[in-house]
Design a protein around this ligand. Structure first.
Ligand SMILES: NC(=O)c1ccc[n+]([C@@H]2O[C@H](COP(=O)([O-])OP(=O)(O)OC[C@H]3O[C@@H](n4cnc5c(N)ncnc54)[C@H](OP(=O)(O)O)[C@@H]3O)[C@@H](O)[C@H]2O)c1
Length: 323
């Protein structure tokens, strides 16, 4: 099998590329080249470029879509990917979606739970992308759609490094009821194993399969914050007042975000990187959201790491990074 990975310099894509090489599966790593490109078998490819993408897809049996970024790269990008794949002889698509397609939903969420594209721009773009995957299957393609929760483990800037920075500066801690939501954490290597499974699952033409991905024992956010704070000595774990959280996410963090954008525009990237982490309102909403991603459908094919194992792996990576 020969596989093209789109978004291969990102967190999931780069880990997948290494995994497939170890499994003796030939993979081509593709990205626009704005991030690390010193990886083996890397090509510069903008997945919005229909002609180039079609050409690359003619040489592979399957493509894994790990692209993240703008609304267009996700939504229109998925449309271009399916158009290119139809023209290139219908390779199997393994598409990385997200639990965000369920938006503000709460309770136990299975793969048949309803979508909520009005939740935010990301949910809208990801729902649009899933629509294009559905259409590809209707046109005779084979598709596996994976919907992970929050991907942690080595390399996770979003769910390990960022959270650690917020804990160290006592902007996160024990949030009380504001941190009582389920974290739906899933280790990056479990996501990679699920993609590998998706590449090998026998599918008929026009078949599409969907799988939620979250470790069944993943804790509530407060638990994760307390564990991580203790592991990095951000102690004593601070009880965060709801007013602090509100002021941070609605006043301080928007100001940081604007400053970041202005500095980046003025080509002062170094200064922008020195600014504090923003804590956007969408993140604060997530911490209290009682959404529990049910990953039972994929469980017989994937033994998820325990929370203890995956947590240790995240912390080891973080400590090495900061050394
Ligand atoms: N991280 C999470 O917790 C999480 C949770 C649920 C779902 N997901 C989904 O999982 C997938 C992988 O996420 P990730 O965290 O690995 O993302 P990431 O680290 O942000 O990487 C994104 C990748 O997309 C590439 N990219 C962006 N625009 C592109 C374009 N137009 N053409 C080609 N490549 C492009 C980037 O490289 P260049 O900029 O160099 O092109 C990069 O390699 C995404 O679909 C994301 O929505 C992630």
């Amino acid at each position: 099998m020969k596989v093209l990975i789109l978004g291969a310099t990102g967190h999931v894509g780069s880990r997948l590329h290494t995994h497939l090489q170890h499994a003796n599966i030939s993979s081509i790593a593709a990205s626009r080249g704005r991030m690390r490109s010193s990886i083996a078998n890397h090509i510069i490819l903008d997945s919005m470029n229909l002609a180039e993408l079609t050409k690359q897809l003619q040489n592979v049996d399957a493509v894994v879509n790990c692209v993240a970024g703008s609304k267009d790269a996700i939504g229109a990008g998925a449309q271009i990917l399916t158009q290119a794949a139809l023209a290139a002889g219908k390779p199997t698509i393994v598409h990385l979606s997200t639990m965000s397609v369920y938006g503000a939903s709460e309770g136990v969420i299975t793969e048949t739970s309803p979508f909520d594209p009005d939740y935010n721009w990301y949910a809208a773009a990801k729902c649009e992308a899933e629509g294009h995957m559905q259409a590809y299957a209707q046109a005779g393609g084979k598709v596996v759609v994976l919907r992970p929760g929050c991907i942690h483990g080595p390399g996770s800037v979003q769910w390990v490094e960022r959270i650690a920075n917020l804990l160290k500066t006592f902007r996160l801690g024990d949030l009380g009821s504001a941190g009582d939501g389920w974290s739906n954490l899933v280790h990056v290597d479990d996501v990679v194993k699920a993609i590998h499974f998706g590449l090998e699952i026998p599918l008929a033409a026009s078949e599409i399969q969907h799988f939620n991905l979250a470790a069944p024992d993943s804790p509530r956010w407060n638990q994760y914050f307390t564990d991580l704070a203790q592991a990095i000595n951000a102690t004593p774990v601070k009880r965060i007042h709801p007013l602090q959280l509100k002021l941070d996410s609605k006043a301080f963090s928007p100001a940081v975000k604007i400053s970041q954008k202005l500095l980046t525009k003025a080509k002062q990237g170094n200064l922008a990187n020195k600014l504090p982490e923003p804590l956007p309102p969408s993140l604060v909403r997530l911490f209290r959201q009682q959404i529990f991603l049910d990953a039972q459908k994929i469980s017989p094919n994937l033994s998820f790491m325990t929370y203890a194992q995956s947590f240790l792996s995240s912390v080891e990576w973080l400590k090495n990074e900061q050394r």
